[in-house]
Design a protein around this ligand. Structure first.
Ligand code: SF4
Length: 426
């Protein structure tokens, strides 16, 4: 660890955090940030001088356990710690990631949790820190590693961070409107790559569909994304051990494109030298793509150098009237077949882990909950793989009923894990 005191700020290099993404009831940090302590705040920066996390010990902050995070595409997230025991049983983490773009009344009474006065005050303190660093750089000549780092911090104010996010989206040629739910296991710290755009679904409830249909990116486009991201992140790339392949139905891109991207990215991002233990590849798949997927595809995935490959399938319901109500193209028979195939793949492969989603909502036809209950209760062999994620639709009006239905499904699943799905994006 290397510590510098410059005027009233403290800069700490090489103070490594956790390497394994374990979940704790205290505000642990992961990876290798550069830390600045100033006015009872601890700011964690990446090696590009961009703020990533903020811890606060000042009196205005409700609890020192809450953390403010910023994604690489510039969304602020409040890692909320209230009701942490219930939170863990709901989402497999003691911290609920709250955003302004996706409201979950189960975890917050604020529709825009990031608009709370203490958050605004913390962000203003971040602005003041940037100003203070700029002042220090004018009055003092600071050489070496710390001087170089503070120069980077000084240019990364909130406006510059917005532009950097746009730059990342430009590299990708789009964005990931939703991350696969299994990415909660690495606190959503993933490097995004787009191997396909859109999906062929027309689901009425979906906020993430693009009307332009489904398209696979070519290898040239994928290679240029990988090269540009590796150049952009430089040394910071070591803070990642996970890649997510976008967009909504990356599984439909097929074995060749998935393998090409995964191998190329693994090598170019130096995943084997990551600060974190193990490595992960995440993607979404539609029911149709999953049912069509052959043994060859799963063998290709199993042979990749990543420790774990997570594929999340949007089953949504096992009840025909509900699927029709939702505008899904899959039938209840296909959903049941996909759920059964999920169990087989999870049993038959070591690295490949298939999870799935079902929706919850106040207006869904009667019989929906019972159909999911029956399906998840049919699994009798205990396994830690194959999590069932429950995704409350945005218009669910009763948090109490959603919670009740969620716990009902969790109780029905005697052999498989069931958790809530909170939307996060990049
Ligand atoms: S739910 Fe999935 S398949 Fe349906 S429109 Fe949305 S992204 Fe496409």
């Amino acid at each position: 660890m290397e510590k510098h005191i410059i005027e009233d700020i403290e800069v700490i290099f090489d103070h490594g955090g956790l390497r394994d993404w374990s979940k704790y009831t205290f505000p642990a940090f992961y990876g290798l940030p550069v830390i600045i302590r100033w006015r009872q705040h601890e700011f964690h920066f990446n090696h590009l001088g961009q703020i990533r996390r903020l811890y606060c010990h000042a009196r205005y902050w409700p609890t020192p356990q809450e953390i403010l995070k910023r994604t690489i595409t510039n969304d602020w997230i409040l890692m909320s710690f209230s009701e942490y025991q219930t939170t863990y049983s709901l989402i497999k983490s003691y911290y609920a990631p709250l955003t302004n773009y996706h409201y979950s009344p189960l975890f917050s009474s604020y529709e825009k949790p990031l608009k709370q006065p203490h958050i605004i005050q913390a962000l203003n303190t971040f602005d003041e820190l940037i100003e203070r660093v700029r002042e220090i750089l004018v009055i003092e000549k600071i050489s070496g590693r710390v001087g170089e780092f503070l120069e980077k911090v000084a240019v990364n104010d909130r406006l510059a961070l917005t532009k950097e996010a746009k730059h990342i989206h430009k590299i990708l040629g789009g964005r990931l409107y939703v991350l696969p739910p299994d990415t909660i296991d690495v606190e959503y710290e993933v490097l995004p790559l787009m191997i396909s755009d859109g999906c062929s679904g027309e689901c009425t409830f979906c906020k993430f569909k693009k009307n332009s249909g489904f398209k696979v990116r070519d290898k040239e486009n994928i290679t240029s994304q990988i090269t540009a991201l590796a150049n952009y992140f430089g040394q910071e790339i070591n803070n990642y051990n996970s890649i997510v392949l976008g967009q909504n139905d990356a599984l439909s891109a097929g074995a060749e494109i998935i393998e090409y991207t995964a191998l190329h990215a693994y090598q170019k991002f130096h995943i084997e030298n990551s600060y974190h233990h193990r490595s992960n590849l995440f993607l979404f798949g539609s029911v149709q793509a999953f049912l069509k997927a052959t043994e060859l595809l799963f063998s290709v995935l199993e042979s990749l150098p990543f420790t774990n490959i997570y594929i999340n399938i949007g089953l949504e319901s096992a009840h025909q009237a509900t699927l029709e109500f939702l505008g899904k193209s899959q039938t209840a028979t296909e959903v049941i077949a996909a759920f059964e195939k999920m169990q087989e793949i999870n049993k038959g492969y070591n690295k490949v882990n298939i999870s799935c989603n079902f929706v919850l909502g106040d207006e869904l036809p009667l019989g929906h909950i019972e159909a999911i209950e029956k399906l998840i209760n049919s699994v009798k062999t205990r396994t830690r793989k194959g999590t069932v994620f429950i995704s409350p639709l945005e218009n669910h009006s009763s948090p109490g009923r959603t919670r009740e239905n969620f716990f009902r499904l969790q109780r029905a699943a005697t052999a498989i894990p069931v958790y809530l799905y909170l939307v996060q994006r990049l």
